[in-house]
Design a protein. Structure first.
Length: 365
């Protein structure tokens, strides 16, 4: 029996790794072990509860206002003895977080093979997103198996000289998750509150946007809401205190902006489905929104997810206040533009990525 260890620590990793955990748990050929770093605490636990996943190990590393040094040092120090005790045949990591990078580094030090789920995304700008572009490139440097979500991500890996036989295009496991969460009879008090208005769903958290860029983003949104009486905004706030302080400062006193606690993934996907448009600097939301046919203005200068831009659902609008204000206003007033962006296309596979990854592991290990 092969021992497969999955390691993750933040909300988006959990959303995309839990479907794979559930799939591997059904395969008697594997002993499946889950280790969470606890890089996120509340936002991770919310997702584990939703998927009913119970980690064997929890490194519990989160500290308030943690730095990249804190996260890196604490995972590296605590993970060594788990690897020594378990000696997995393969460790699976996801995406581009510090959890993914440091886990892969520890595995490299112990010469344990790494499988990279969501491999091959690139902006080719090491500072954007920061530090994620470095993390994903570094993980791919030392991975044995690449589970690329799309042909474009496979091409990125091939152009860096990764071996074709190590790359598998599987789709993105986020579609596996999305297929189970959106409900036709969904009800929630916040959605009830938004009825009769156009609902703008907002998320924002990127490290490189903390400070002035986030102030510009939030100021643009505040202006739009102040000037457009039929628009309401719901912002499930990230738990980073720096983000929350900025949101309170910019949105306070505007009744048509609701700042709420992070939603669990079932609620969030249904909020996306009920929204008129989405404003975000998130990565994962750029993958989910095209499948739901919701226009997204991405408040970043670069994206590693060009598939949604090509499909017409996403538009990059940067972090300048006036540019964001103009783009949101245009989308709210130009019905043809709105219709052109609001069609459902899903570039991220058929919702069976977890199954394909499990099959590949079975064949390859
Ligand atoms: C991390 C990832 C980022 C990912 C994001 C998803 C890195 C370097 N960054 O960024 O790639 O896009 O998660 O959300 O890996 N906090 C809580 N409770 C939580 C979660 C966070 O209180 O459940 C607060 C803590 O004060 C923590 C801070 O948020 O110190 C920042 O968390 P951290 O994981 O370091 O960075 P994120 O910006 O969340
Ligand atoms: N999400 C969630 N609750 C929220 C906001 C987002 O479950 O209140 C989900 C969302 O559907 C997506 C993921 O979290 O799957 C995105 O996470 P985040 O924006 O924190 O990180 P990123 O994708 O930018 O790394």
């Amino acid at each position: 029996m092969k021992k497969v260890m999955l390691v993750f620590g933040t909300r988006p990793e959990a959303i995309k790794m839990c479907p794979l955990v559930l799939e591997l748990n059904q395969r008697p050929e594997f002993e499946t072990i889950v280790c969470v770093t606890g890089q996120h605490r509340q936002m991770l636990d919310q997702i584990l509860t939703c998927f009913d996943v119970h980690p064997k190990y929890d490194l519990c590393i989160m500290k308030e206002n943690q730095t990249l040094f804190d996260v890196t040092i604490n995972i590296l120090a605590k993970f060594k003895e788990i690897l020594e005790a378990e000696k997995p045949d393969i460790v699976l990591v996801h995406g581009d977080t510090s959890t993914a990078f440091v886990t892969a580094l520890a595995c490299f030090y112990m010469q344990i093979p790494i499988g990279h789920v969501e491999a091959g995304l690139r902006t080719h700008n090491i500072y954007s997103p920061y530090p994620e572009e470095f993390n994903r490139q570094a993980v791919d440097l030392i991975s044995r198996f690449y589970f690329a979500p799309t042909d474009m991500s496979m091409q990125n890996l091939l152009s860096e000289g990764k071996k074709r036989e190590h790359i598998f295009v599987t789709g993105n496991t986020v579609i596996d998750a999305l297929n189970t969460t959106v409900l036709s009879d969904y009800v929630h008090p916040e959605i009830k509150w938004s009825q009769g208005s156009r609902l703008v769903l907002l998320t924002a958290h990127r490290r490189e946007n903390l400070g002035e860029p986030m102030h510009e983003m939030f100021s643009a949104i505040r202006r739009v809401v102040d000037e457009t009486p039929d628009v309401k905004v719901i912002y499930p706030m990230h738990m980073n205190p720096v983000v929350r302080d900025m949101a309170m400062q910019c949105f306070g006193g505007q009744d048509r902006i609701h700042m709420i606690e992070p939603l669990d993934v079932i609620d969030f996907h249904n909020f996306m489905s009920a929204s008129h448009l989405i404003l975000t600097d998130s990565g994962g939301i750029q993958e989910e929104a095209p499948a739901l046919g919701k226009p997204v203005l991405v408040m970043r200068d670069t994206t590693e997810r060009p598939e949604g831009v090509i499909a017409g659902t996403l538009r990059l609008v940067g972090t300048n206040e006036q540019t964001i204000y103009d783009a949101v206003t245009e989308l709210l007033t130009d019905q043809d533009l709105y219709n052109a962006m609001a069609h459902a296309t899903n570039p991220y596979g058929d919702g069976k990525a977890s199954k394909y990854i499990a099959d590949i592991l079975l064949a390859e290990l």
